[in-house]
Design a binder for this molecule. Structure first.
Ligand SMILES: Nc1ncnc2c1ncn2[C@@H]1O[C@H](COP(=O)(O)OP(=O)(O)O)[C@@H](O)[C@H]1O
Ligand SMILES: [Mg+2]
Length: 311
């Protein structure tokens, strides 16, 4: 038995979420906001917290600065049950920060990178890999130091018996490069619809899924208010979204990943794992930030039963 179900190799930063009339006015104009909160940010950390909340044993490796934001993140992740003993603290660089300006259904994000992109594949030791049965990487495009060594890291993980998953998130350079070889080493690929089409260089989702599912073990695509679509070989499965009152969608994709991988790693049938994904993604939108509304398995099961009874 492995010590951990999941090892997450990823980026660490808090989000400062500002809500209300957040459009700044320069010329030293001071505006008053409705709300401000410092929460666990970064796709990888939000994913790790979602998986731990569902009951998976989760270890995390990444780089944090020796500063207030770094300490905040490590304490907050530990409080949510994520093992952070492998996190590297770098006193030479500040922890990254995203400021999220939340205006109704839309948002603008300002990010100071700090050491968000500092983790290298060589820092993920074989002993750490051996302690888990699955390796997840998120924010591929943001994690620029990890990128070149990622095929080798996934190869090492697989040779040690781990399965692998990847959620690239958006490519700020819009180039979407370097994928075919990497995808052949991925058991579970977790893009959203726009990312899936961009990576496959296909105009529509069906063609994109056909291309990418020929490379990765399976592809589970997040489709926002349209739920999710999965393809493995010739098998195609759709899951409808749950009805939600969206507060903000920060971390919806990461919470979906946590739900889907919970089912996948528990040996559930794929349709049920996909349903848990859409439930976890949907529920996470009901509070500000990425982690606040992530469900426990018990909370998610209420929705699973409703969906399975056709209600
Ligand atoms: N407006 C919404 N209504 C219901 N479910 C949603 C909504 N937005 C997101 N979700 C759920 O969260 C999942 C992930 O959200 P999505 O926005 O597609 O991912 P990403 O954050 O990666 O772009 C979706 O597959 C869906 O299940
Ligand atoms: Mg995403």
């Amino acid at each position: 038995m492995s010590q951990f179900d999941l090892l997450v190799a990823g980026e660490i930063n808090p989000d400062l979420i500002l809500s209300g009339d957040v459009t700044p006015v320069f010329g030293q104009v001071e505006k008053l906001l409705d709300d401000a909160s410092l929460t666990i940010g970064s796709s990888s950390a939000i994913f790790a917290c979602g998986a731990a909340r569902l009951g998976l044993k989760v270890a995390f490796i990444g780089v944090a600065g020796a500063d207030l934001f770094g300490r905040f993140m490590l304490e907050a992740m530990q409080a949510r049950g994520v093992d952070t003993s492998a996190v590297i603290v770098d006193s030479q660089q500040p922890t990254g920060l995203s400021v999220i300006l939340n205006r109704g259904g839309d948002r603008a994000i300002l990010t100071r990178l700090g050491c968000i992109a500092s983790l290298r594949a060589g820092q993920v030791a074989d002993d750490l890999l051996r302690s888990a049965r699955h390796l997840h990487v998120a924010s591929y495009f943001l994690q620029s130091a990890l990128q070149p060594g990622l095929p080798d890291l996934f190869r090492r993980a697989r040779s040690l018996g781990l399965t692998t998953s990847l959620d690239t998130n958006w490519d700020p350079s819009a180039e979407w490069r370097g994928f075919d070889d990497l995808l052949r080493l991925v058991d579970v690929f977790l893009p959203n619809e726009a990312e899936c089409c961009a990576i496959a260089r296909a105009p529509h989702l069906p063609e994109a899924l056909e291309k990418l599912s020929a490379l990765a073990g399976l592809v589970a695509v997040k489709r926002g208010a349209d739920g999710a679509l999965l393809r493995r070989g010739a098998q195609i499965i759709a899951a409808a979204p749950i009805p939600v009152k969206v507060v903000d969608t920060v971390g919806a994709g990461d919470s979906f990943d946590a739900g889907f991988l919970y089912g996948y790693l528990s040996g559930w049938e794929l349709p049920r794992a996909l349903r848990l994904g859409v439930i976890c993604g949907g529920l996470s939108t009901q509070a500000a930030g990425g982690v606040t509304a992530q469900p426990t398995l018990e909370e998610a099961e209420v929705y699973l039963e409703r969906m399975e009874n056709g209600k």
